[in-house]
Design a binder for this molecule. Structure first.
Ligand code: GLV
Ligand code: MN
Ligand code: MN
Length: 419
């Protein structure tokens, strides 16, 4: 049933499956549960056991996506599915991805305990490795399921320790050699709905209980590497320097000015990783590598932002006598979500007296990938603390999560009835 105590228990259980953070001196340094790791598999196992105890059929595909299914009465129908992910970024909160998995678990429990008869199968899906924190590639599990990423890519993707995605998958008992044969078929899926925390402040600021997502932002991720000359910080005159970090600072400043310009509303640019070599207090940086993450709800604006950043790299490199390399890490276009699932979510909110607004998603989600396979919708619940996310300060109300789970169930039920 839609039980707040059970939702809170699930939140605690998933949060307890975390690596210790030996680098941090603060008490709450957040959750660390990398994609394609044994801890992520442990979280999937907990989900699987809960669903199995309710009588759902379990399967895990070669990519590590867990699928729990209640059969429907019509064998010709594809599944109505819901779910999200259980991996996390470094020093994450307790809700990103987890909220959507818990909502799916509560919805399935409600269907079982109420002895509802559904025409379509109901599938609760937990995608593997949604976060790009480990392999710089978002939505790895759903991309493998839909064929956007294939086995050969798994050898190319590496984490910071140099472990390839293929090796990581093997180490946690998955089957990278079978991912291409095990792609999901579009006819098996009728629709997919993902509940997620908003990861922004709007719902809380506007005092509404839910958000129906219209479009999911695209992302373009680049690594920019600048090579200059490492030299003595005291002995080298300013006009003779080739400082790679100063070049990176110039690029970041230009990127930020571009994204903050009123002419580019909705464009977001972030540098979240920067490495400087040799990294000495008294040595001019000879090499600097920086990440760039561009997000936009318009494919055209996303492309324009990338071009502006490429221009800024060329300008900074020329001015400072640096050599520059731009390595594309990943790219996904924005995804406008289908009208059917959006309307089902809106009507479900109305049925239950739940206040809602329509809004875009700033973050990436597996829903963006599932939209290639079947009509897909997303429901946001409010994020508190100013909407902070990818941080231990991430916070949502358990009552909002349970309300969202009710909406999710009601929307799927509407889709089951063709309404
Ligand atoms: C997913 O968390 C993203 O980075 O958007
Ligand atoms: Mn995330
Ligand atoms: Mn997420």
């Amino acid at each position: 049933m839609f039980n707040e105590d059970l939702a809170a228990h699930y939140l605690d259980t998933f949060a307890s499956l975390s690596l210790p953070d030996n680098q941090s001196t603060t008490k709450d340094s957040g959750v660390i549960r990398w994609g394609m790791s044994l801890l992520e598999r442990e979280a999937h196992t907990f989900f699987q056991e809960e669903m199995r105890s309710l009588g759902l059929d379990l399967s895990v595909d070669a990519a590590g996506n867990s699928i729990a299914t209640l059969p429907g009465s019509d064998p010709d129908c594809g599944a109505l599915a819901c779910g999200s992910h259980l991996d996390s970024v470094y020093r994450a909160g307790r809700y990103d991805g987890i909220a959507g998995v818990i909502a799916a678990m509560l919805a399935a429990r409600h269907v079982v305990e109420s002895e509802e008869r559904w025409r379509h199968p109901l599938s609760c899906v937990v995608f593997a490795c949604e976060e790009s924190a480990r392999f710089s590639q978002a939505c790895l599990g759903s991309r493998l399921a839909t064929g956007l990423t294939s086995r050969s890519d798994l050898r190319r993707l590496h984490d910071a320790q140099g472990i390839s995605a293929e090796e990581a998958m093997k180490e946690c008992g998955l089957c990278p050699e079978e991912v291409d044969e095990q792609r999901w078929r579009t006819e098996d899926w009728e629709a997919f709905l993902e509940l997620h925390i908003e990861q922004g402040p709007r719902l809380d600021e506007e005092g509404v209980q839910a958000g129906v997502v219209e479009v999911i932002s695209g992302s373009t991720r680049l690594r920019i590497t600048l090579e200059g000359i490492a030299s003595h910080s005291g002995g080298t005159p300013m006009e003779l320097r080739h400082d790679a970090l100063a070049g990176a600072a110039e690029i970041l400043r230009a990127a930020e000015d571009y994204a903050r310009d009123a002419a580019h509303p909705g464009t977001r640019v972030t540098c979240g990783v920067i490495d400087v070599e040799p990294g000495g207090l008294t040595t001019i940086p000879g090499r600097c590598s920086m990440s760039i993450d561009i997000r936009d709800t318009s494919a055209e604006s996303q492309r324009a932002a990338r071009e502006a950043i490429e221009d800024a790299v060329a300008t900074a490199a020329a001015r400072r006598g640096l050599s520059a390399t731009i390595t594309p890490l990943s790219h996904v276009d924005p995804e406008e979500l289908a009208l059917g699932p959006r309307q089902a979510l809106r009507n479900a909110c109305r049925d239950l007296g739940v206040s809602f607004i329509d809004l875009p998603s700033g973050a990436s989600h597996d829903a963006q990938i599932m939209a290639r396979l079947c009509p897909t919708g997303m429901l946001f619940i409010p994020s508190l603390n100013g909407g902070v996310s990818h941080s231990p300060d991430e916070l949502s109300r358990v009552s909002d999560l349970v309300t969202g789970a009710r909406v999710l169930h009601a929307a799927l039920r509407r889709l089951d009835h063709g309404a």
